[in-house]
Design a protein around this ligand. Structure first.
Ligand code: DLL
Length: 441
């Protein structure tokens, strides 16, 4: 049983459906989405190859007969080759925050936008949002799904919104303070940055009026949650999503905060071994794969997220019957392989946050100067820990070295850097620079 930190509230009774009813609904919806997507040449060809038709979908397990969709498939049909409705029905277009090349676009009909707002309302209410709250949204408003997605979710619940968007942190703090916002919505790394700037300006973040935080859009750790809750004196909730599937609203934590509830009446989730593409047992990490069941403009079938997490199908203390996913522990593509060992940046972060005196700002640089991979972790020390005593700095260095070794099993080069020297981001933090990718064989 989870420990409740906020009142347990459920937005939509669909979240508590008996599993058998849910399975029947999912199967019916799966059949419908297979029929709808057959108008997309990519799926039409793929279905012909796999020998599936809507009528051949009889049970939920039949999802495994369907073809996968990857980001690369979307790229190859740039810009809107996966559209299943006439262009005139498009109500909005968003794009994924790709760091290289062109974005991948996702289209929504008016009904998709309504569904999206409802799905965001579900996790927001699960994490304590009430109509009397004022919510400060510091996500970018634009092609990125974070700003608009959360905005309409909050609006659906009936709470007030300060659409601050990203940038100008001192001004964000002024707005939070002057308007007395109760809830902060942004990436976890930006929330920590707000705390830090507030402190630098002589305002203890605890004195900000914030009481709840809904953070998502990038990986974070339990240690970061502890840090954030201590800094701001708020309750922090995790929510997950990706543009290709709908944006934020795919899953989110409830008051029990023991995993993020996947909105399974609208998405089928699978957790697969990324190499064999066979399902992994519950509780074991694998790649999450989502099929959208009800999206109209651009449904995706078995979309490979590259996100690594595990699933938990046990019943939650909150009463929801939906499967929960763990935190995302990494991506198949930011997974670093250092001298043969798989390392996720989140493991390094976990190690750093265990050591008193380090700030949650770090940069991992990987290189291969000769034949061996070399990894350097630059980590900021806290201003209050800043010391010119060599002995203390050595001690800190050794503690970090031991913590990283204990968690990842490998030794990395640690460089302690001055406070405020690692670049801050307004959106998703950049944690890894892999110079090896620049080396062409
Ligand atoms: O980041 C959607 C979103 C916005 C979710 C705001 C939550 C809040 P994309 O830009 O397409 O969409 O990036 C999706 O971000 O595949 C994950 O790797 C990562 N991600 C999103 N939420 C989380 C989270 C949005 N809570 C990619 N924990 C996903 C870990 C997350 N990673």
């Amino acid at each position: 049983m989870g420990t409740f930190v906020v009142e347990n509230r459920i937005w939509d009774q669909a979240e508590t459906m008996p599993r058998a009813t849910l399975a029947a609904l999912q199967t019916q919806r799966l059949r419908e989405v297979v029929a709808r997507t057959a108008s997309v040449p990519f799926y039409r060809d793929a279905y012909a190859k796999c020998g599936v038709s809507p009528d051949s979908i009889r049970t939920l397990d039949d999802v495994r007969r369907l073809p996968f969709t990857t980001k690369d498939d979307l790229r190859q049909h740039y810009p809107l080759g996966f559209l299943t409705v006439p262009r005139s029905e498009i109500a909005r277009i968003h794009g994924s925050s790709g760091t290289t090349g062109k974005p991948t676009f996702v289209a929504y009909t008016a009904q998709d936008l309504k569904l999206w707002a409802d799905l965001c309302a579900r996790f927001l209410v699960g994490g304590g949002l009430k109509s009397e709250h004022l919510v400060h949204i510091a996500f970018g408003y634009g092609l990125f799904t974070g700003g608009f997605g959360l905005h309409y979710g909050v609006e659906r619940v009936g709470a007030g919104i300060v659409p601050a968007a990203g940038g100008n942190t001192p001004r964000q703090i002024m707005l939070i303070n002057d308007l007395q916002a109760d809830v902060l919505v942004c990436t976890p790394s930006y929330a920590l940055h707000i705390a830090e700037v507030s402190r630098a300006e002589g305002c203890d973040p605890k004195n900000l009026p914030l009481r709840f935080g809904h953070f998502g859009g990038e990986p974070w750790t339990e240690e970061m949650r502890t840090e954030m809750e201590r800094e701001f004196s708020l309750k922090a909730f995790n929510n997950y999503g990706l543009s290709e599937v709908i944006g934020p609203g795919v899953s989110g934590e409830c008051a029990a905060r023991e995993g993020m509830h996947i909105q399974e009446d609208h998405f089928i989730v699978e957790c697969l071994n990324p190499n064999t593409l066979e399902p992994v047992p519950d509780g074991e990490p694998g790649e999450l794969v989502f099929t959208t069941l009800t999206k109209q403009a651009m449904p995706v079938i078995r979309y490979r997220t590259r996100d690594i997490a595990s699933l938990n199908r046990t019943v939650c203390a909150c009463g929801r019957t939906t499967t929960r996913m763990s935190r995302v522990i990494g991506r198949t593509d930011d997974m670093l392989i250092i001298r043969g060992v798989n390392v996720f940046p989140s493991q390094i972060e976990e190690a750093l946050l265990r050591v008193e005196g380090t700030a949650p700002h770090y940069l991992i640089e990987v290189d291969r100067p000769g034949t061996l991979d070399e990894i350097v972790v630059r980590v900021e020390i806290r201003p209050q820990q800043f010391s010119d005593k060599m002995r203390e700095l050595h001690q800190l260095h050794d503690q970090i070295d031991r913590a990283i070794h204990a968690i990842t099993g490998i030794r990395m080069k640690i460089e302690l850097v001055d406070p405020q020297t690692i670049e801050r981001s307004m959106g998703k933090a950049k944690r890894v620079i892999d110079h090896r990718k620049e080396i062409k064989p």
